[in-house]
Design a protein around this ligand. Sequence first.
Ligand code: HEC
Length: 196
Amino acid sequence: MRTFLRTTLAIGAGVFFTGSLFVVAEPPVTPPESKMDQIEFDRQAMAKIRSFAIELKTRLKTGIQDGGPTKAIAVCHEEAEKIAAKHSEQGWLVRRVSDRPRNPNNAAQGWEGKMLTDLKKNYDVGSEKKYLSEQVGNEFRLMKSIAIDAVCLTCHGENIQGELKDKLDALYPNDLARGYKMEDFRGAFSVTYTAE
Ligand code: HEC
């Protein structure tokens, strides 16, 4: 919409003087790239988590179908790292953490510790809020809880035996990630974005 005004009132940016006529320019079709704020960060972080989770679950399912759970161990290890790396570019860091890690590298670090504890508390009381986020200086942080479902029980459940048990014992001597039941709190996706 174009508005013509016969007045000398300042109307803000985008006003051109044409004789006694002012033309208010139309707003640009594509808005300039917006600065990162908490709402925009939350939106982008949740989108990254969604695609990470879907990709990993699909890989796990096909991995188990193709080679059985013992072979699929590699999926949860290597594929998870690759998928996380893919989403961790240009200031972003995406990873999985747990209060009961299988791989000690996946223990909470720094700020993740408190947020993971708060998230678990929310989860255990059945809070609707499945994620927490905060901004500290130029760093944006978000964590979303991960629940155990049927496919996870194969490798994180109570009944791990035989070849699978032997392989897990060998790879993860300090494994804390067994003995889960359906719907248990398993840990969280952790996303950090550091603005320039
Ligand atoms: C085929 C076996 C297997 C299945 C099935 C599996 N996981 Fe894992 N999971 C592992 C292994 C192995 C690791 C350790 C990965 C590593 O070394 O980084 C792991 C690590 C994790 C971690 C990172 C924290 C930690 O304990 O190291 C989370 C979170 C996790 N799994 C959640 C899940 C969820 C949720 C499901 C179901 C959707 C699932 N896993 C299904 C084998 C499995």
